[in-house]
Design a protein around this ligand. Structure first.
Ligand SMILES: [Fe+2]
Length: 230
């Protein structure tokens, strides 16, 4: 007997090693952004501070982050290579990038990045008590009995005897400082609920892939040079 596990979700995990000096410079810059928030009332009690909602959504244009983004680029190309995507036929763009800061019980609720293809989270400042990253499966192909895999009562009754990679519909990635996690933007994710965020700082970005040529190509976004503004 054998079980074939097919159609996986692959999450790319690696480290970006920057000097302490560079990291401090980035942290100070992000703290400054928070102090200059442009829509403070948007952040409700219990929400993490997210730079994209506060007027700081273009870290990729800030020189202080240049070294970081050149490391990001290497990792994104490695990720695409793992998926056997020929990047020589694509233009890859960072659309926008922002920082997040969490204190205490502040969280980032479940969400997807609907307007892009690839997203990442990089942990610039994180202690072991700070929230990890949670990933959710919305398809749950193996859930033969609807509702079973997410059912707390079924789990307590041990109808579902144990959680494993075949039946889990959510997964917590234990992330450490310096980790970069890359995943499809359409993946539902959140931060892990905790009361113990010290000053957790992460950076995220949205990345899109555009075809260099649309010739004999039905899918993918065609190159900008052929677009005509209406
Ligand atoms: Fe996100």
């Amino acid at each position: 007997m054998k079980v074939l596990n097919i159609f996986p979700l692959s999450i790319f995990c690696n480290k970006i090693n920057l000097t302490d000096k560079k990291k401090k410079q980035m942290i100070d810059e992000i703290r400054k952004m928070k102090e200059n928030s442009k829509l403070e009332e948007y952040k409700k009690k219990g929400d993490a501070w997210t730079g994209d909602t506060q007027g700081f959504e273009n870290l990729q244009k800030n020189k202080i982050f240049d070294e970081f983004f050149s490391e990001v680029k290497k990792n994104v190309y490695q990720y695409l290579d793992q998926l056997k995507i020929d990047t020589s036929q694509l233009d890859v763009f960072i659309q926008r990038s922002w920082a997040t800061i969490s204190y205490g019980n502040e969280t980032i609720a479940k969400h997807k990045h609907m307007q892009s293809h690839i997203s990442f989270a990089y942990y610039l400042k994180k202690s072991s008590n700070d929230a990890n990253l949670m990933i959710y499966d919305e398809v749950i192909r193996n859930e033969v009995i609807p509702g079973l895999f997410g059912s707390l009562t079924a789990f307590k009754r041990k109808i579902l005897k144990e959680l494993n990679v075949l039946n889990a519909s959510q997964y917590t990635i234990n992330v450490k400082e310096d980790d970069i996690i890359i995943f499809p933007s359409k993946t539902l994710h959140s931060t892990q609920p905790t009361n113990n965020n010290d000053e957790r700082i992460s950076i995220s970005a949205d990345i899109v892939c555009i075809a260099k040529s649309s010739e004999v190509l039905e899918h993918l976004t065609p190159p900008f040079k052929n677009w005509e503004k209406m």
